[in-house]
Design a protein around this ligand. Structure first.
Ligand code: DQA
Length: 143
């Protein structure tokens, strides 16, 4: 089963964002690092990014229908999108929340995640490794 990896708003412009949190990493670098790790693990993945809440929700609905596992970085939607939370809670397979930075060490509005309560677990603060660790965790969950 293909693992769906979704990335939320502004993650396509990572290299133009706060250097102290995201460094010089481009979205292309991120996607390549995840694909390389998935290939090495023999895991099939599908990586997508959208700035639109509606598009992300449609993709999550499709994943629910296909019983597909999900790794998601909801970006700023993490902190306020009940719509995304409701969509994730309909999934039939495990979901893991990931963040490049550690939102708990940043501004107070980032300390709340409205999606954490409907995922298996959250991995945050390890840059690209947050996604790579999530791939390993997902593979173990599927065993
Ligand atoms: C982020 C953290 C969020 O607070 C922020 O809005 C993002 C990226 C991260 O990966 O560290 O866009 O999800």
């Amino acid at each position: 089963m293909k693992i769906l990896i979704l990335n939320g708003p502004n993650l396509s412009r990572l290299d133009l964002r706060e250097k102290n949190y995201y460094g010089d990493l481009t979205y292309k670098d991120l996607a390549e690092a995840i694909s390389t790790k998935a290939d090495a693990m023999g895991v099939e993945i599908e990586i997508k990014q959208s700035d639109s809440e509606s598009e992300l929700i449609s993709w999550i609905h499709e994943a629910a229908d296909k019983r597909q596992p999900l790794i998601i970085n909801p970006a700023a939607f993490t902190h306020y999108s009940y719509a995304l939370r409701d969509a994730i809670s309909m999934l039939k397979a495990p979901a893991i929340e990931v963040h490049l930075s550690n939102p708990l060490s940043r501004e107070e509005f980032r300390h709340t995640s409205v999606v954490s309560g409907v995922v298996q677990g959250t991995i945050a603060g390890f840059g690209v490794d947050s996604y790579l660790l999530a791939l390993t965790a997902m593979q173990n969950l599927a065993k």
